[in-house]
Structures are given as structure tokens and as C-alpha cells.
Design a protein around this ligand. Structure first.
Ligand code: 5GP
Length: 114
């Protein structure tokens, strides 16, 4: 199987500004940021999208959720607030078929999203 874009970033085949990494996931700056802080938190295991997650993925997905507060604190947006987004499929706006959590902050975000 061809590696996904985000597997290539995890394997350092494509450069990225990585801000956090452990054995299960990594977090790096989005190449086209929509906010002053725009990070992508990605499981190293290439789950295609949240709609394809299986019971066996519960541990890594739960682990990622627990990493968000530490990453937000390091980025200085824990107190001001931030948003987490997972785009799924065509109507969700997914463009990279390797599940990822967007972490956006550093400005007032609008609701509802477009
Ligand atoms: P999606 O649209 O699938 O929810 O999010 C994919 C995100 O990946 C987009 O926000 C896009 O800017 C980002 N992205 C696409 N290619 C690259 C890349 O090569 N490096 C980085 N750091 N981000 C990328």
C-alpha cells in the first residue's frame, strides 16, 4: 500500500513543522493555516477517516484526545480557547484520507462554520 501523505510526514519523507510526537501520534502545523494556530493531530496508524474507525482504534483515538490539552497549553491557546474539527468525506470537506484532528485557535472563531 502506498503511504499516505501524513505517513510520509511521520516518516520524515516530507518536511513539516512537528510540534508533538509520541509512539501513537504526531502533531504538526497545517501548511495552509486558517487561524494563527492551526495544527493537525494525526494517528501514526493510517485510519482513513473517523467514519472508518473500528473498535480496535479506540485506544489511539482516546489517547489523541487526551493529548489535545497539553498541545493547546504549549501553543498558548488553552485559556483563550480553541476548536477541534474532524472533516469526514466529501460533504465534510475531507481532502487527505488519513484521519486527522484540526486544532484551531489564536483568534475568535465563528459559528456555525461554512
Ligand atoms: P482536511 O481537508 O482533509 O480536513 O485537512 C487536510 C489538511 O491538510 C488541510 O488543512 C491542508 O492544508 C493540510 N495539508 C495538506 N497537505 C499538507 C502538507 O503537505 N503538509 C502539511 N503540514 N499540511 C498539509
Amino acid at each position: 500500500m502506498e503511504k499516505t501523505l501524513f505517513e510520509k510526514i511521520a516518516d520524515r519523507e516530507i518536511p513539516a513543522d512537528i510540534v508533538y510526537e509520541d509512539d501513537l501520534c504526531l502533531c504538526f502545523r497545517d501548511i495552509s493555516p486558517e487561524a494563527p494556530t492551526h495544527l493537525l493531530l494525526v494517528p501514526k496508524k493510517p485510519i482513513p477517516r473517523i467514519g472508518a474507525a473500528q473498535s480496535e482504534d479506540a485506544a489511539v483515538l482516546g489517547h489523541m484526545m487526551t493529548r489535545i490539552s497539553d498541545i493547546a497549553k504549549t501553543e498558548g491557546i488553552l485559556e483563550s480557547g480553541f476548536r477541534v474539527v474532524i472533516n469526514n468525506g466529501p460533504h465534510g470537506g475531507e481532502t487527505v484520507p488519513h484521519m486527522h484532528i484540526h486544532l484551531l485557535g489564536g483568534r475568535q472563531l465563528l459559528w456555525p462554520p461554512g
